[in-house]
Design a binder for this molecule. Structure first.
Ligand code: CDP
Ligand code: CDP
Length: 206
């Protein structure tokens, strides 16, 4: 039987790291849905029309290098505003969510739009300053030249665009467990996430 874990949250809240650890813990598959939008954003930067690019996207395109840079993140949040782009990506995400053996999907609208019936829902957040610091450290570690103020401005701009769009905005589902990781390290955040999923499992199977 399928079991879907929906993990949403803003940029650098830790949802990707938590999702990977949760998927490993339960031996579930993991889909980082941000990569879908990043791949479409990459193609827009390369001159393609975003809706056509979203319709033509293949699973193997998500493994492409170069999707984790700030320029592509901004392009991703711009194409993510287009309802036809979002619509083109729905079926792939829903099919993944229902794969046998369980699935973790992380993004912005998994618990609200893609998988409103997910058995477990988490919304991971942290202050913009903490998130920008994490992303800045990560970019530096990967050799990307930037400064903290630029990353903070970038984070705020993307938060605003993602939260204010009409179609599938960044929003905690009413039935999501909200986890503020501002003062948590990764180990504590993963433990809290697993405890919340265990509780949801006990509720649905208990
Ligand atoms: O997927 P998302 O953009 O939400 O964040 P991430 O890629 O999981 O995390 C961004 C960076 O913050 C990574 O380098 C994590 O190791 C770090 N992080 C952290 O230091 N403490 C946390 N509680 C969560 C994430
Ligand atoms: O890791 P980070 O949170 O910085 O970004 P991401 O999850 O890779 O998402 C990049 C952009 O894609 C976001 O800023 C959103 O605009 C968009 N996105 C979305 O609209 N819906 C999703 N389910 C996932 C990402």
């Amino acid at each position: 039987m399928g079991f879907t874990i929906a993990i949403d949250g803003p940029a650098a809240s830790g949802k990707g790291t938590i999702s990977k650890a949760v998927a490993r813990h339960y031996d579930f598959g993991h889909l980082d849905t941000g990569l879908l939008y990043r791949a479409v954003g990459r193609r827009m930067l390369d001159g393609q029309e975003p809706v056509a690019a979203a319709k033509a996207l293949l699973a193997e395109d998500l493994a492409a290098d170069g999707l984790r840079i700030p320029e592509v993140a901004q392009a991703a949040s711009k194409v993510a505003v287009i309802p036809e782009v979002r619509a083109a990506l729905v079926d792939f995400q829903r099919a993944y969510a229902r794969r046998a053996g369980g699935a973790v999907l992380d993004g912005r609208d998994i618990g609200t739009v893609i998988c409103p019936d997910a058995e477990a829902k988490l919304f991971i957040t942290a202050s913009a300053e903490v998130r920008a610091r994490r992303r800045y450290d990560e970019l530096c570690a990967n050799g990307v030249q930037t400064d903290y103020q630029t990353v903070l401005a970038d984070t705020r701009e993307r938060d605003h665009r993602d939260s204010s769009r009409a179609d599938a905005p960044l929003l905690a589902a009413g039935d999501a467990v909200v986890l503020d990781t501002s003062d948590m390290d990764i180990g504590a955040a993963v433990s809290a996430a697993i405890a919340a999923v265990d509780a949801a499992y006990a509720r649905t199977h208990g």
